[in-house]
Each structure stands twice: as C-alpha cells, then as structure tokens.
Design a protein around this ligand. Structure first.
Ligand SMILES: Cc1cc2nc3c(=O)[nH]c(=O)nc-3n(C[C@H](O)[C@H](O)[C@H](O)COP(=O)(O)OP(=O)(O)OC[C@H]3O[C@@H](n4cnc5c(N)ncnc54)[C@H](O)[C@@H]3O)c2cc1C
Length: 453
C-alpha cells in the first residue's frame, strides 16, 4: 500500500510558472497546505536558459494587458525585495533598414491598447526630448515608446548601429532581470507560508467521477488533493494526458549564444537590440561552396527577421547574449537539446548586419557558449492558463518565449482560478477552452502577428 499524504493543492513543475503559482497561492491566496513536485532542482530546465528579458509591447491587446499586469507585479516585487532580482529598464530597440512610416502606425496601435504614449523623433527642432535609459534600475525611466522615424536622431543616440539603419522603435517599459533570483525569492516566501517542495516526478493523476482526487509520485507516494496544477513546461502535454486532456501545444527548439565581447562591439549600457528585417548572410564564394558541401543551403537564402542581442552582466562583464531562430525546429522535447554547429557563426553574422563592429569576430571567433531550450507554444502564441479536464485540474503553461516576463501574472491568474478568486479581463483570451472551437483550432497560425522574437 503506497504511503498517502494530503494537500490542498499539488503543483507539477518547479519552473518559473510553477514557482510563481505556488507563490501566489501561498502568499496572496493564503493556501498553506501546498506541495510543489519536480524531480529537478527548481528553475533548472527552461527557466534557466532564458534571455530574461521583458516588455509590455505586444501586437495582441490581451497580451498588452497581461504583460502590463505582470510588469506591475514585477515592479512591486522589486520594491518589496530591495530589487533582489536586479530589475532594469533599458528597453528594447527594434531597428529597421527599411521604411519608417509603418513604425509610427504600429506604435500607435500598440499604444492605443494601453502600452503607453509614443514620442516620434524626426530630427527636427520641434521633436520631443528623448530621455536616455539609465543602465540600472527602472523607477525613473519613461514608458511607452520613442519612435525614431529618421536615421540622424537614431544614430546620434546609438552610434554603434549600422549606417543602413533608417529608423527604430525604442520600447521603454522593457529590459531584463534575473529570473533565477526572482524565482528563488518567490520560493522562499512561499516556503515560509508552508509550501513543501518534493523532488519527485508526478506519474499519475487520480480522477474519480470527473474530479481530481490525488496524484502519484515516482517514489510510490500518493498525495490526496482536489486541486492539481500542471506547470510542466515542455512536458505539460504529457502531464495533461494523465487526466485525459490533449493540450493544443507544441515545442520549438530555441538556441542562445553567449560570447565574450572583448572588443566592446556592444556598449555595456546598450538596450536589447533587435534587427527587424529579413536579411541574407554576407558569405564569400568559398563559404557558400562549403555550405552547399555540408548540406547547409538553409543559410544561403533569405533569413528571417529578429536577430537580437543584449549585454549580460554588469559594467565589468564582457559577455553578450545573441539569439536568432532562423529555422523552425518543432519536435517532441528531448535532452540533450538538438544543436547546430554553425549557430554561433550564423548569429554573429546576423548581428554584424546591425552592429558592424561584430564583423571582426568572423575572422577571429570569440569565446562562446551555446545553450537553449524549448518554446512551448500554442498556434496563437498565447498561453494556456485555466481549467483543463476534470474538475480541480488546471494548466499554467505554453509560455513560449515570454514565460519569465509573464510568470508573475500567469501564476497570479492560475492561483485565482484554483481558489475561485475574481479573474482579470484578459483571462478568457488565455483559457484553454478557446481551442474547443474547431474554427479556432484551424485558424492560419502563419497569418497571426504574435510578436515573437
Ligand atoms: C533560448 C530561450 C530564450 C528565452 N528568452 C526569454 C526571455 O527573454 N524572456 C522571457 O520571458 N522568456 C524567455 N524564454 C521563455 C522562458 O524561458 C519560458 O517560457 C519559461 O522558462 C517556461 O517556464 P515553465 O515553468 O513553464 O517551464 P520549465 O522552466 O521548463 O519548468 C517545467 C518544470 O516541470 C518539471 N516537470 C515536467 N514534468 C514533470 C512531472 N511529471 N512531474 C514533476 N515535474 C515535472 C520539469 O522538470 C521542469 O522543471 C526563453 C526561452 C528560451 C529557450
């Protein structure tokens, strides 16, 4: 007979989604008899591989509200913890070498959804003033966005960008923080309120008369509970299958390069820099021939938009993170992660289009490390948060490439569902039940602007 414990709620997965859900249940909803299960140490799978960036700037209005709430919570937690997780607000600079008219239109639409006001800079004497970001902290920084609709004011403030840059949008309520430190701080607060952490895998969910009654762990223990929250990240689909639910999600490989920028190509106070145009790699005839020989013709045509980077660490650090998802690799999650031997070289080439000084590394490659994880996604690239399956069963997942920035609002929302608290206006947009509608399931995912980078 398996030993039995009881809990008011059991959370599956101690990534940032599960930790945040535990924090909101324990600290804000006052649920003390809580268990968080994970065979891995907390925050060590996907949540450890992120670029740790955040922004309130999204094409979907429900995402603007949701991320606005998540950033409100992050700022409150930063105040409460003495900024234990180093929240900064240098912004995201979306740079283009193309037309600038659409920058103003797109910014106005996102601003109308509640993301803050837009200031347009054309280089004329009546331009609004541009307030440069402080390298640290967030409280005194502007919000909304500064749109550079001409190259002169842009290169005046960001002289390291290519002369081909024609304009940019500097999103201001954006930046990065330490996801590990945030998660550790939340976990400590939840444990002070009674959260128990179990280093075990959940292998079964017991359901009786369409109601969750307990979970079983790989060590043989059964925990009797009426509330089960699936925050299993890339494994959430397999975990949902334990309750007979088919979650509409898939996993995409996303790699990340860290390189030592010993030449100082990226200034230490730079914001997140994103090249928003498709591009072709600058390859010599010999390099093209080698690509063909090695079966890498994927690198020879037009490459997608979205190559991006940011400085990592303080002023004394030389490290820079660079990312570019130039081929979509959807698969069942496996580890070690499938990698790409040419990733570092390709990302550096892509970044050199935006910041020419990086080209020096193509001849003399820098010290570098490639890691990454999975973006666990739905076709609309919106999360799945809410009830799924038998009564008492919930999911907090499909957090794609934004789970670290969304975790606070996602955990708060999952906790509100589990306790029957009032739900925010954006809740229906993320309810898993939206996929019960066959028309919604069959929508053309490729036609949706999801804001993914
Ligand atoms: C390269 C890269 C860059 C990214 N950059 C950003 C960024 O800049 N900003 C941002 O906001 N987001 C970013 N993300 C996305 C972000 O990292 C994820 O959305 C987030 O970490 C997902 O958190 P999670 O808790 O859902 O999943 P995970 O962190 O994967 O945690 C899931 C946990 O569930 C556990 N688990 C699974 N099955 C079971 C089981 N049966 N029983 C018990 N436990 C189980 C696993 O062991 C794991 O610990 C990035 C992701 C990648 C890969």
């Amino acid at each position: 007979m398996a030993p039995t414990a009881t809990a008011d709620a059991v959370i599956c997965g101690a990534g940032i989604a599960g930790v945040s859900t535990a924090y909101f249940l324990a600290v804000h909803e006052g649920m003390s008899d809580l268990v968080l299960c994970d065979p891995r140490p907390p925050l060590t799978l996907t949540s450890d591989k992120s670029t740790e960036c955040y922004r309130n700037w999204w094409p979907d209005p429900s995402m603007v509200s949701f991320m606005g709430r998540s950033i409100d919570l992050l700022e409150n937690l930063s105040d409460e913890s003495g900024n234990a997780f180093n929240l900064g607000r240098r912004g995201y600079l979306y740079v283009t070498g193309g037309g600038t008219a659409q920058l103003v239109t797109a910014a106005a639409q996102i601003s109308d959804a509640g993301a803050g006001s837009v200031r347009v800079h054309t280089g004329s004497s009546d331009d609004p003033s541009y307030v440069a970001a402080e390298p640290e902290g967030w409280a005194t920084h502007p919000d909304g966005a500064d749109v550079f609709a001409a190259s002169e004011p842009l290169t005046e403030h960001f002289p390291y960008l290519t002369g081909a840059a024609r304009g940019a949008t500097h999103v201001r309520r954006a930046g990065w923080f330490s996801a590990q430190q945030l998660g550790a701080w939340m976990l400590d607060r939840a444990r002070e309120r009674g959260l128990a952490l179990r280093r075990s895998r959940i292998v079964e969910v017991d359901v009786d008369k369409d109601r969750v009654t307990g979970v079983r762990l790989d060590n043989g223990t059964r925990i009797a509970t009426g509330v089960f929250i699936n925050a299993a990240g890339p494994m959430a689909q397999g975990v949902a299958a334990m309750t007979g639910v088919d979650l509409p999600m898939h996993n995409e490989v996303h790699l990340k390069l860290a390189f030592r920028d010993s030449l100082g190509a990226i200034p230490r106070d730079a914001p997140m820099l994103i090249w928003t145009d498709p591009q072709r790699l600058n390859l010599s005839d010999e390099e093209r021939r080698l690509c063909v020989e090695e079966g890498r013709t994927d690198l020879l045509g037009e490459m997608p938009a979205g190559c991006h980077c940011r400085p990592e660490g303080g002023v004394d650090s030389q490290w820079v993170l660079g990312l570019w998802e130039y081929h979509r690799d959807v698969r069942e999650p496996v580890w070690p992660l499938p990698t790409d031997g040419l990733y570092a070289d390709t990302v550096l080439r892509g970044l050199a289009t935006m910041v020419p000084a990086i080209a020096a590394y193509l001849e003399d490659p820098p010290q570098s490390v490639v890691d990454g994880g999975y973006y666990t996604k739905t076709t609309d690239n919106l999360p799945l948060i809410g009830p799924a399956g038998p009564t008492g069963s919930y999911v907090c997942g499909a957090l794609s490439g934004y789970g670290v920035m969304a975790a606070s609002a996602a955990g708060e929302l999952a906790a509100a569902y589990a306790t029957g608290s009032a739900l925010p206006d954006y809740a229906p947009a993320f309810h898993p039940g939206r996929y019960d509608d066959p028309a919604y399931r069959e929508q053309d995912a490729g036609a949706i602007d999801t804001g993914q980078i």
